[in-house]
Design a protein around this ligand. Structure first.
Ligand SMILES: Cc1cc2nc3c(=O)[nH]c(=O)nc-3n(C[C@H](O)[C@H](O)[C@H](O)COP(=O)(O)OP(=O)(O)OC[C@H]3O[C@@H](n4cnc5c(N)ncnc54)[C@H](O)[C@@H]3O)c2cc1C
Length: 467
């Protein structure tokens, strides 16, 4: 559907490309199987459309939506996006693909490759992911090896749920908070992938512009955040943990006691439920997202600056205090260097976390755009030097990020190129996507590296013309 905002939107990487809008007419929900708790969708099915169809049929099923529900169920999963119910790892919860290969052939993966009786779809296509032989689905995620035209997704049977937030008063407790989350996540006490946000996001999610809090140029000072936060419902705190527990009332209550007990190790930690907060507080929107109801509220914090556009910086970091602190220190220092407010949202699992930074900038300002790009480049390079890599990136940074995955003399990229050339010998499908260039483009200077990113923003061109 092309709503990959922060990671490239609808833009193709090579000028002159034909953009295939799968969202407009390939928008059928082909099946919802209530017994199997699964669905089969085309690329143009949005989270809202799937949610509404399930409501219309009155089925006791949840979808799993990212923070913004306007995108494509299939597109987000194929880009390995995330959501916030127990089914939040979207690619891990897909089951079966149908793909148009670059040579025009149609391929079904998983159990779908075994024909069903009398020409119908195999009845276990949405029940078992790998089937027989190599599991090939992964190579069609974040790649340019094929166009996925059907995808099966598992749906979660609806259940009781309780969202909550926990505030922590001191900035410096950040590594201790991560240490406290790890065992709770590994033991699966935490019901979903929780988010850890800095209190600056409490200001931003009021949907008020930054100018309502701070009128001078440059980043908003910590002391100013403190003053304004003290007038907001959560008060003068530092980090805010947003979680949700699932099950019946008794089990949620015992889970919450365990969680409260674990976080009590951090002085001043305080748990609040939605009923403790006014109706406009952001926690109420998390109640929706974390129980499979798509919303658009998350877009509110893009009011932070005028003409806001944004870039996501999303390194994968071990769920360990010292690693979290190492990445945080780099990010804090570089945001100060380039003059941006730091708006972090960390999605924390048991063994890794997506440390997601949202760089919000004024897209009418050439200077801000250049600084945002330079900040991205420097964060990618510095964190990679410490061993942390991005899970997903904007198309402008695809070559740079791809090059950070260079182990074994770029063995992974050489492997990807081998597959690309075999499946797409004419190099027609999304050249350069995720840094994978087909043979006909390779070695001809198409990669965007270093300050070429900023030059591309200035409209100075992004590569040689094909001879
Ligand atoms: C405020 C805000 C919050 C966000 N929160 C989240 C979040 O919580 N989780 C999250 O995951 N994202 C988040 N995003 C990022 C993004 O908006 C979503 O991931 C969104 O769902 C992606 O848009 P889409 O589904 O239209 O993707 P698309 O643009 O359709 O797809 C993404 C990419 O996948 C590839 N692709 C898509 N369809 C196909 C296909 N049929 N075959 C082959 N390749 C294909 C394309 O290369 C495309 O560029 C957020 C963005 C904003 C602005």
């Amino acid at each position: 559907m092309g709503r990959n905002i922060g990671y490239g939107g609808t833009a193709p990487r090579v000028p002159g490309s034909v953009v295939i809008d799968l969202g407009r007419r390939m928008n059928r929900i082909l099946n919802i199987d209530a017994e199997n708790a699964s669905c089969l969708v085309e690329p143009g099915v949005s989270y809202f459309a799937l949610y509404e169809e399930i409501q219309r049929q009155k089925l006791p099923l949840w979808i799993d939506t990212p923070d913004v529900g306007g995108g494509s169920v299939l597109g987000n999963a194929i880009d390995r996006g995330v959501g916030y119910t127990p089914y939040g790892d979207h690619f891990a919860n897909h089951c079966g693909l149908e793909i148009v290969l670059p040579n025009g052939e149609l391929l079904r993966t998983g159990m779908g490759s075994l024909p069903g009786k009398d020409g119908v779809d195999n009845p276990t296509w949405q029940s078992f992911q790998p089937a027989y032989g190599p599991y090939s689905d992964g190579i069609f995620s974040q790649s340019n090896f094929g166009i996925v035209v059907r995808m099966g997704m598992w749906l979660m049977p609806e259940t009781g749920h309780q969202s909550y937030l926990i505030t922590f008063p001191r900035d410096e407790d950040f590594p201790a908070i991560i240490e406290a989350i790890r065992p709770l996540a590994q033991q699966r006490v935490l019901g979903n992938i929780p988010q850890l946000r800095h209190v600056i996001q409490e200001l931003a999610t009021t949907a008020q512009p930054k100018s309502a809090f701070h009128s001078s140029p440059g980043p908003i000072p910590r002391e100013t955040i403190r003053q304004h936060a003290s007038c907001l419902p959560v008060g003068d705190v530092s980090w805010v943990f947003y979680g949700t527990q699932y099950g019946d009332a008794a089990s949620i209550s015992s889970q919450l006691s365990l969680i409260e007990g674990a976080f009590a190790a951090i002085p001043g930690a305080k748990l609040r439920l939605p009923s403790d907060l006014p109706p406009e507080h952001y926690l109420h929107s998390r109640v929706s997202v974390c129980s499979g109801v798509p919303v658009l509220r998350e877009l509110d914090w893009l009011n932070w600056v005028p003409n806001a556009a944004h870039l996501f910086f999303s390194p994968i970091v071990p769920t360990r205090g010292r690693d979290a602190q190492a990445v945080h220190d780099i990010v804090v220092r570089l945001h100060a260097k380039y003059g941006f407010d730091l708006l972090p949202t960390l999605c924390v699992a048991g063994r890794e976390m997506h440390y997601i930074v949202n760089i919000v900038y004024d897209r009418a300002s050439v200077d801000e755009k250049r600084r945002a790009a330079a900040l991205m480049r420097e964060m990618i390079a510095e964190t990679a030097a410490e061993g942390y890599g991005e899970y997903r990136t904007h198309i402008l940074f695809a070559d740079m990020v791809a090059r950070t995955y260079s182990w074994g003399d770029n063995a992974l990229m050489r492997f990807n190129e081998t597959i690309k050339d075999a499946l797409d010998p004419n190099g027609i499908l999304a050249p350069g996507r995720n840094g994978i260039w087909p043979k006909r483009f390779r070695g001809k200077g198409w990669e965007i590296l270093g300050t070429e990113v900023e030059d591309a923003l200035d409209g100075k061109g992004i590569g040689p013309s094909l001879s």
